[in-house]
Design a protein around this ligand. Structure first.
Ligand code: HMH
Length: 218
């Protein structure tokens, strides 16, 4: 019998394949991604990670299982630590000063994650944040396999293709399967729905960076 997380993945393979074929991921992998697109991405990602940390902290508040609570707190701490590292390393490397405003994709995704974890049942919130972990791990591994070396974006690739991140994703998958097994058909359907939406937003986030999407002036 296949697990709930396997069904999530299989139902969204189309989006995963779409993501790995985007110009952003292909060029990141080839090392020829224009620096201004990576810079846009990193700036938006710092804003994203701050809210991602809040979404994870909200899951910790809702958890009834103490082991789950501790893991969510650990993930939240990790997101904030990575956010700080992004500021320190990449912001210096790319001469980025100040924080920009959230652009459309980042705005939509972060608000979706924070509101879903705040007002929906725990299992639905967990399914909403799962693609943030899982898609990044799979994309990181995909890039590592295909990447040109040397690659100016190697540090980024190593973060998401590495063992440390892999362990977090495995933990998150176990939590998801445990919660899915204990809940109702109706909530499992909602889990499927928000998981797919977040997968779409992962695509949107990278696409926004590639096209340098910005708010219309009026
Ligand atoms: C948009 C986005 N999704 C997921 C991750 C991985 O935590 C990230 N850094 N940024």
């Amino acid at each position: 019998m296949s697990t709930f997380s396997e069904s999530l993945w299989n139902n969204n393979l189309d989006i995963y394949n779409f993501i790995t074929n985007t110009d952003f991921i292909q060029q990141l992998s080839d090392g020829c991604l224009p620096e201004e697109k990576f810079r846009y991405y990193i700036q938006q990602d710092a804003l994203y990670l701050a809210d991602f940390g809040k979404a994870l902290a909200l899951l910790a508040v809702k958890a009834t299982d103490q082991s789950h609570m501790l893991q969510f707190l650990q993930f939240a701490q990790g997101a904030v630590i990575v956010e700080k590292a992004l500021h320190e390393n990449y912001f210096r490397l790319y001469n980025i000063t100040g924080g920009p405003e959230k652009m459309p994709g980042c705005f939509a995704y972060t608000h979706f994650l924070v509101s879903t974890t705040a007002i929906q049942p725990l299992e639905v919130g967990v399914a909403a944040v799962l693609p943030c972990f899982w898609i990044y791990r799979e994309v990181g591994k995909y890039i590592l396999k295909h990447a040109a070396t040397p690659n100016p974006y190697q540090q980024w690739i190593d973060t998401y293709a590495g063992d440390e991140f892999d362990t977090l994703v495995t933990q998150m998958l176990e939590i998801t399967n445990t919660l899915a097994a204990q809940t109702t058909d109706s909530l499992r359907a909602q889990m499927q729905e928000v998981f797919r939406f977040s997968c779409r937003m992962e695509w949107t986030f990278w696409n926004d960076a590639y096209v340098l999407n910005a708010w219309k002036p009026v």
